[in-house]
Every structure is written in C-alpha cells, then in structure tokens.
Design a protein around this ligand. Structure first.
Ligand code: NAD
Ligand code: MG
Length: 386
C-alpha cells in the first residue's frame, strides 16, 4: 500500500535527504507524493516535482508563481504559490507530511496538516519552540502521530519508554559543541558567518549551522524536547559530545540510560520517521567501533554559550517565551549573517528581548504566536540598529 506524502521544504537540506530516503524506501511503489514545496528556487522545485512525479508543486514565494507554472507546463503537475498554496498542500489528505520548512514560515502549514490528521515527521523546530502546547494539541486532536526528525529527538523518541514514564529520570541531549567548542570567549567575539557555518560533523542549511556554532540550536532543541516529551525543565540535560555518535539518551530511575547511536547522517532519522513504526534498510554508513576508538564528553559552558541558559529560562517561564526567544534570535541571526551584529551579541539581544517581554500570556491561537514573534522581532531589530 502506498502512503500519500507531502514534503514541505523539499528544496532544502532535509527536503533533499527526504526525497533520497523516499527513493531508498521504494519510491513510487511505497509513496505517492501529493505535494512538494519550496521557496525561491523554483527551478529546483520543478525538477524535483517532475523527477518524483508529485501531483503539485508549491512555491511559498508568490512572485515566483509564473516561473513555476512555466517550468511545469505540459507536465500535468499543478503549480501553486503563497500561503494559500501551502494551505492547499497541507489539506491534501496526506498520510504523512515531512515538515522541513525553515523558520516560523513552517508553523501555519504544519499546524494545518496536523489538524487535518496527517502523521507529522517534524524537522522544523519552530512548531515546538514557538507554539509547543498549541502544536501538541493540534496533533492530538487531528489524531495523527508526531515523529521527530531532529536527530536528538529522533534518538530520544527511539528509546523513550512511554509505559515507563513514571520511572523517567531525565533526557540527555548531546551537542557536538560546534566549530567553536574550544575557542575562547575573546576569539568568539570576532568570528564571522563564514567561519561559524562550518560544522564539524553535520552538513545542514545555513541558519541551523550558525545556530549550532552559538548553541542556539541546542537551546531550541531543549525547548523542543520539553514539549515533545512533556518534561519538566530540570529533566532536560545537555552534554557536549564532540563525535556526534550518540544522538541523545534517556535516563531512568533505576540508573539505566538508553541511547541511540549512529553515523551523523540525517537520513537515519528521516528514514525512521517515514517507515515508523517499522524499521527499513537504509544505505547509510555503519558504525565501526574499532575505528571510532573513543567517545568524549564534557559539560557545556554557559558562559561561552549563553543560549543554553536562555533556553532554561524560557522553559521555566513558559507562556510565549519560546516564541520570543526564537523571534529575537532569528533577527539577531540574520543580522549576524549580514555582518550587522557580533557573534556573542546574538545572545545579548535575545536575552534583552526575552526579559522585556516576559509578561506575555500563554498562547490560545496561532495569532498569539505571530503577535509575540512579531513583537520580539521588532524589539530585536531596534537593538541591532541601536
Ligand atoms: P534549508 O534552509 O536547507 O531548507 C529550508 C526549506 O524551507 C527550503 O525548501 C526552502 O525553500 C524553504 N523555505 C525557506 N523560506 C521559506 C518561507 N519563507 N516559506 C516557505 N518555505 C520556505 O533548511 P534545512 O537545513 O533543510 O532545515 C529545515 C528545518 O529542519 C529547519 O527548521 C531546521 O532547523 C530543521 N532541522 C534541520 C536539520 C538538518 O540537518 N538540516 C536537522 C534538524 C532539524
Ligand atoms: Mg538536532
């Protein structure tokens, strides 16, 4: 039986790996692709849609609609654009949706797909960071299954024994430490985007690579884990593990710790999500422990990586602090990429905005999230320009 799948963010790093995995899992004999979505790169999107025989291709960038339509002329593939196009893709009676749009733009279509009852393979972090309770609620009411794709959360999901919840001690999220793990605070003050994007282990999109260097990525992942696995803030721990072989762990009250290990390749987590609840063969590198020889661990340094401290604060405060942290961080990140803000200033700006907006209430609708996100962005932009 084929499963109907939509891939949101098909042209990105996760999207491309997802199409590779779909091929490995049997291609059109296993999956019917209802929709592929992209943004500016409509040439690539059209190519993917043709190669993978998608029923529809959606560019989120409305101004590129004409180009997409031209590129798909005569193929029988429907072209669509903008928020309404994404909405349509989310409503196509999908069995499963790969949610791999980067940033807050991924929120509305993923919420929609969850409410429509699709299983959600979740790569996008903002759904949980900015809208955790709202998103979890939408999934539950839609009746689909939420399967994390972020490698740490996939690891936790794979070894999380729900029936042992009462004996749950903590989850331990591993962090590679990124390219600046051994840099001094003074050296970190002067790094630029080109240095920051060079991740030692994982090959990823631009923003997430820089977020890994500042450990804002790990901060987002702490909040993701809190909502996804219904944890208290003190149940979320981070350990630096430079080899990225252990993807995360779950500790139980009897002292046992269960871990998931593998080569750092997102296709394992993607394949797990797409084949769930089964495990299917994937052509990914097998670990050779004799070659690995050693696995190292160290405590994270919250002085050089203040993002971790901010995540803990957001988890403890709750409400809209996740949305505020994320919105402010995204503005600071853009500014850093464009050379308008220093590497360490990203955390200073985020912290100031979080403290200024810590009276924001719990979200009851997606509009509350957008409002908090917008206000956080506005204030962060003011600080960047100050
Ligand atoms: P990417 O930048 O490579 O791709 C992003 C995708 O989103 C592209 O298809 C792009 O066209 C689309 N997009 C960009 N702006 C958009 C907009 N305004 N509206 C609609 N679509 C838009 O990013 P990525 O590395 O593939 O990451 C995707 C998501 O998965 C991110 O949220 C990231 O944090 C998360 N994630 C990625 C990895 C990884 O290894 N790359 C690992 C874990 C989690
Ligand atoms: Mg991750």
């Amino acid at each position: 039986m084929t499963r109907r799948i939509a891939v949101f963010g098909a042209t990105g790093s996760i999207g491309i790996n997802t199409l590779d995995v779909i091929g490995q899992l049997g291609g059109s004999s296993a999956f019917e692709i209802t929709a592929l979505t992209g943004h500016a790169n409509v040439e690539k999107l059209a190519r993917q849609a043709i190669d993978h025989r998608a029923a529809m291709a959606v560019t989120a960038d409305e101004s590129r609609y004409g180009d997409l339509k031209d590129a798909l002329a005569g193929t029988g593939i429907t072209a669509a654009a903008g928020a309404s196009g994404l909405d349509e893709a989310a409503s196509m009676q999908n069995d499963i949706v790969m949610a791999a749009i980067v940033g807050t733009a991924g929120l509305a279509p993923t919420l929609k797909a969850a409410a429509a009852g699709a299983d959600i393979a979740l790569a996008n972090k903002e759904c949980l960071v900015s809208a955790g309770p709202l998103f979890m609620d939408a999934v539950q009411r839609g009746g689909g299954t939420l399967i994390p794709v972020d490698s740490e959360h996939s690891a936790i999901f794979q070894v999380f024994e729900e029936h042992q919840r009462r004996a749950l001690d903590r989850v331990i999220i591993t962090a590679s430490g990124g390219p600046f793990r051994t840099k001094t605070l003074e050296e970190m003050r002067h790094v630029d985007a080109a240095t920051a994007r060079a991740h030692p282990n994982w090959s990823m999109g631009l923003k997430i690579s820089i977020d890994s260097a500042s450990m804002f990525n790990k901060a987002l992942e702490m909040i993701e884990a809190q909502h996804l696995f219904r944890l208290t803030p003190d149940q979320v721990e981070v350990v630096v593990h430079p080899q990225s072989i252990i993807h995360s762990m779950v500790g139980y009250a009897d002292g046992s710790i269960l871990a998931q290990l593998g080569a750092p390749d997102m296709r394992t987590a993607i394949g797990y999500a797409l084949a769930y609840p089964e495990r299917r063969p994937l052509a990914v590198e097998r670990l050779d422990f004799a070659k690995l020889a050693r696995l190292d661990f160290e405590a994270p340094d919250e002085t050089r990586f203040p993002a971790l401290k901010l995540a803990r604060r957001a988890m403890e405060r709750g409400g809209l602090q996740g949305a505020v942290l994320n919105g402010a961080k995204e503005v600071a990140l853009e500014a850093f990429i464009e050379g308008r803000c220093g590497f360490l200033e990203m955390a200073d700006i985020t912290e100031a905005v979080m403290d200024a907006l810590d009276d924001l209430k719990t979200a009851t609708s997606i509009d509350d999230i957008y409002a908090a996100d917008g206000e956080a962005r506005r204030r962060a932009a003011e600080l960047v320009n100050a």
